[in-house]
Write a protein that binds this ligand. Sequence first.
Ligand code: NAD
Ligand code: LMR
Length: 328
Amino acid sequence: MVKVTVCGAAGGIGQPLSLILKQSSKISHLSLYDIVNTPGVAADLSHINTQSKVTGHVGNDQLKDAIIGSDVVVIPAGVPRKPGMTRDDLFKINASIVRDLATAAAKYAPKAFMCIISNPVNSTVPIVAEVFKKYNVYDPRRIFGVTTLDIVRASTFIGELIGAEPSTVACKVVGGHSGHTILPLISQVPGYPKLTQDQLEKVTHRIQFGGDEVVKAKNGAGSATLSMAYAGARFALNLIDAAFYGKQLVECTYVQLDSDKQGAQDTRRIIGNELEYFSVPVALGPNGVESILPIGTLSPFEQGLFSKAVTELKGNIAKGTNFVAESK
Ligand code: NAD
Ligand code: LMR
């Protein structure tokens, strides 16, 4: 019996994500929460002939009912970018949305695995962690920033470049989820594709700024929704398989490195002690993060990318952490 709540379920990501989750036989209750339109989305999805029960909850008064007893909470609530904006520009609106949803989860589903999609992920994950600390229910193994879209993009773009079937290209993407903080480790792709320096720089830039490509093409109508729904569902379903169905699965995800102090040692050897959160390959299991796996050796090119990422990522983390400390 696995209850999954999607917060922001009526949105551009929320609807197709819920559609994919409704197709899983591993979920018994799909609870859809938003501040608008969830009764309609829930009625629509509930006609699909899969076993899970679908319930719709709208507005703050129904948030408790939506979230209570959830095993997994997926949060794609909040505003998306328009051309010219950075993800950090979304902080002023999305920070309080995520804080309030995290507060409800801390009160009514303190053991839930929290999958955070809302941007800026580099800051919203620390916000959720700080809220859980406030309520004394914090377990760093259960809070995840969903960076799966970066991994999906890496395999697509590298696959296109080298003429390989994209889904067979496995590229770790570590760091954070914004521009220069996104660090694809192309040197470690099995059977490392021999790229020219120019190709390497271009494909790395495309992975780092893939979100901008979509924002520009949508021309004011939002950011990635369908590819994000695919990526978010992949992460949530893998987590469910590992946590509740005994599968051994690895995903790169943005976590507090303390979630596995011993496993983080290798990461710390490479990135130092300045960053509390980092996207790393994680072995998922019954407790969420079972172990943090080595990020491996960075090539000199990747080391250069990392040096560029540190200041931005550190600032984003502090901004999220301070926001909760300064909230009433
Ligand atoms: P959207 O505007 O289409 O949908 C957002 C939904 O959130 C809307 O239905 C809205 O009503 C709802 N919402 C607003 N306030 C809420 C609240 N307090 N409680 C519950 N729901 C609330 O936006 P979208 O395109 O679905 O994007 C959502 C977020 O996901 C954005 O912040 C975007 O930047 C982010 N995103 C992240 C990734 C990633 O890789 N992590 C990828 C794409 C988008
Ligand atoms: C993405 O990577 O597509 C998302 O973070 C949305 C965005 O703002 O680019």
